[in-house]
Design a protein around this ligand. Structure first.
Ligand SMILES: Nc1ncnc2c1ncn2[C@@H]1O[C@H](COP(=O)(O)OP(=O)(O)O)[C@@H](O)[C@H]1O
Ligand SMILES: [Mg+2]
Length: 698
């Protein structure tokens, strides 16, 4: 790791003499950044470049080389890496493009290169990347021009363009970078490796990542979880395609597109999410300049009522709260502010407030023990020296241990003030909303960092019997289980299933119905019918033995003519249970493994998408959060005078399904839609089960 991030000597292979060539720019950037180690250009056609002695190949360099930066044409890369291996070099950055990103041939070339490097123990960043910056040792091994400031932000990016954007952004603010890593094609080094380094890097205060895809989920989760306990990790995830949804046959499958799985993975890892590049920058700015708040309550100081109202709205939107100021603070404010001011939070110092009055109010709320963070808002004010306000605010920010975010909202009239804030490292946003969002992210992180250690909550299941069901289904050459078979597996895990029996004749239907007690539900039982309602395969509320017999005849006749090919095992006659319908499901993601989905059930589940997801195995907290995080949660707690639902029993279903996912890797999907959740203390019933096996045996 040190060889890559903190090399004592660097060879730039493909160093060129022409100022517009990548190899030249890298060398020049290294020189401009003031690289503290030894630098060796490699180019067979040159004696000297930029005043440095040039070698024909890596092998000619008369000393040990820690890091090779490779910027030669694609055809020459393999040979260069052979030399690197001979020379005993252990780290390389391959800038050269033309690999996996170009198609099949490029992919093959990349595999060959990967094999060569792995065999020789060379760790590689790239190919097809922008390079790496470590400001601590004056290393800019990228071909982006400009010399980034030193600071606490570390970046790992899968896109060169995003790298360029962030570097350019930082040139205009006080924040700077500790490390900057462009990962390119991630042939070898991935985010997990980078995080494990950045976690220990003392200069790094906050980590920003741009990710399109993670290749090794478990490794990423491990490193990201450990890192987020030390410092904030913010991820911008692009590419919201629902690749996972394509193959899925269930509702939960369709609702577990890769984007939602990433969301679940980030939750597990304690990684914060930025929705777009603006948010990523907003958060990097505040985390790199401000201390974390000790409590999630903010005080707002404003010179304009409207901004204060908007900020107060945003405060509740982002889940933090307005601090209630102590009587001592209110008294202080009364003593110095004009009577027309508003003393309660938001504190409105009104439009003619000068630097003295404004900073008095800010200081007063900063000193208040109920205040965790301060939002300083400013609209253009013609009679006021707003730049003096900014200067005073900057001074306060430097003195306090609480975070301050500013929203000086305007254009040219506030230009000088905004510039002052920028230079002095007070995060300023161009709307109250963005400032509040940034402060809220800080409290989110403060909470994340102190979260409990994640521990799965295991349950015992009869995995052996469940596996026997799976083996039986496979023996018949099927992947789809019938409702009855799915429920057999649910029973193995102690998930309550209402009493039922399988009828093969109208007489049997009457008999079973009388046994389980009226009313009953009758459903077609077939491994070939995944959605029974769609084919008239569900009859609810059958009240008598005769009606059960009739329902049997009708259902079988209808489905026989509709689906002559379908295998019919008979008709399941079940106790009709009551409760609110929820959907509980398990799907598997290629990178992150089993995912548990929970939502309010019913026919609109795919339209409303009011579902929530967590990676399995679930911890106790995961199960609770899963249930609480859907919008419809109040319906379960007893909205509008209804009795609360049996949430404890529901939680058990989630934990048991999670265990099932761990125990039975052959199970590709299991969806219980619906689980009927009765009132508190009255339990739940899984009335449907839709299970699918993996294509290949594992
Ligand atoms: N045993 C039952 N008790 C009460 N309601 C039931 C029962 N079985 C099914 N239902 C109701 O019928 C609906 C459709 O049944 P389900 O078994 O889910 O069939 P489908 O294959 O169409 O999803 C369920 O969403 C639920 O509302
Ligand atoms: Mg169903």
């Amino acid at each position: 790791m040190e060889q890559l991030f903190e090399p004592r000597s660097v060879a730039v292979v493909g160093a060129a003499r022409e100022p517009n060539k990548v190899g030249y720019i890298i060398l020049r950037n290294m020189l401009n950044a003031g690289y503290s180690g030894r630098l060796h250009p490699v180019n067979p056609k040159a004696e000297e470049i930029l005043g440095l002695r040039c070698y024909p190949t890596l092998l000619h360099i008369p000393e040990e080389v820690d890091l090779a930066v490779v910027a030669v044409p694609p055809a020459a890369v393999y040979g260069v890496m052979e030399h690197a291996a001979q020379k005993g070099i252990k780290a390389a950055i391959i800038i050269t493009a033309g690999y996996k990103e170009t198609g099949k041939e490029g992919s093959m070339a990349e595999s060959d290169l990967a094999a060569l490097c792995a065999k020789n123990g060379i760790r590689v960043l790239g190919p097809n990347c922008l390079g790496l910056i470590n400001t601590a040792i004056g290393m800019n091994a990228t071909f982006v021009s400009g010399d980034p400031n030193e600071g606490g932000i570390a970046i790992s990016s899968q896109s060169g363009a995003i790298c360029a954007v962030l570097l350019d952004w930082a040139s205009g603010v006080r924040s700077g970078f500790s490390k900057f890593v462009s990962v390119g094609n991630k042939m070898d080094i991935e985010e997990a490796y980078i995080l494990s380094y950045l976690r220990r890097d003392e200069r790094t205060k906050v980590i920003g990542m741009y990710v399109e895809g993670i290749n090794r989920g478990p490794e990423f989760l491990r490193e990201a979880s450990a890192t987020s306990r030390q410092k904030p990790v913010i991820m911008l995830k692009a590419g919201r395609t629902a690749s996972g949804a394509k193959a899925a046959s269930s509702h939960t499958g369709a609702l577990s597109g890769s984007d939602r799985v990433y969301e679940a993975a980030m939750l597990r890892a304690g990684v914060m999410r930025a929705r777009n590049i603006e948010e990523l920058i907003d958060l990097l700015l505040i985390f790199s300049t401000m201390p974390l708040p000790q409590r999630p309550s903010v005080a707002i100081v404003t010179n304009a009522g409207g901004l204060g109202v908007m900020a107060a709205d945003a405060v509740s939107d982002y889940g933090i709260s307005l601090a209630s100021l102590t009587p001592a603070t209110l008294e202080k404010l009364h003593s110095r502010l004009p009577p027309t001011a508003n003393f309660y939070n938001p504190v409105d110092v009104i439009g003619d407030a000068d630097a003295e009055r404004y900073s008095f109010a800010v200081r007063a709320v900063l000193d208040d023990e109920n205040v965790g963070a301060v939002l300083a808002l400013m609209a253009p004010a013609d009679l006021v020296d707003t730049n003096a306000v900014a200067t005073a605010l900057a001074r306060l920010a430097a003195e306090t241990a609480k975070p301050i975010a500013a929203a000086f909202v305007g254009g040219s009239k506030l230009g000088a003030a905004i510039e002052t804030l920028r230079r002095s490292g007070v995060p300023n946003y161009d709307s109250p909303d963005r400032a509040v969002r940034a402060v809220a992210a800080m409290s989110t992180y403060a909470h994340l960092r102190s979260r409990e250690e994640w521990r799965p909550e295991p349950r015992h299941g009869d995995a052996e019997t469940a596996r026997a069901v799976i083996t039986r289904v496979r023996a018949e050459g099927r992947l789809q289980l019938s409702e009855g078979e799915g429920k057999e597996i649910l029973r193995c895990y102690g998930i309550p299933v209402p009493e039922e029996g399988l009828a093969r004749s109208p007489e049997e239907a009457s008999e079973i119905a009388s046994r389980v007690g009226f009313p009953v539900v009758m459903k077609i039982e077939s491994p070939d019918i995944a959605h029974k309602t769609d084919v008239g395969g569900v009859a609810l509320g059958i009240g008598t033995a005769d009606a059960a017999a009739d329902a049997f005849e009708q259902m079988v006749t209808r489905i026989r003519s509709l689906l002559p090919e379908a295998r019919l095992n008979g008709v399941s006659v079940q106790k009709m249970v009551r409760g609110r319908e929820v959907i509980v499901g398990m799907t598997r993601d290629e990178q992150f493994g089993p995912v548990i989905t929970f939502g309010l059930g019913g026919i609109f589940v795919e339209v409303l998408k009011d579902v929530s997801q967590r990676l399995a195995p679930l911890s106790a907290a995961d199960a609770d959060e899963l249930i609480r995080s859907i919008r419809a949660y109040p319906i379960l707690t007893g909205a509008r005078g209804r009795r609360p639902s049996d949430i404890r029993a529901l939680r058990e279903v989630l934990l048991r399904l999670s265990q099932m996912a761990e125990d039975l890797p052959e199970l590709a999907e299991m969806e219980i839609n619906p689980v009927m959740v009765d009132d508190e203390g009255k339990g739940v019933g899984a009335v449907d089960a839709l299970a699918t096996l993996k294509r290949e045996t594992t």
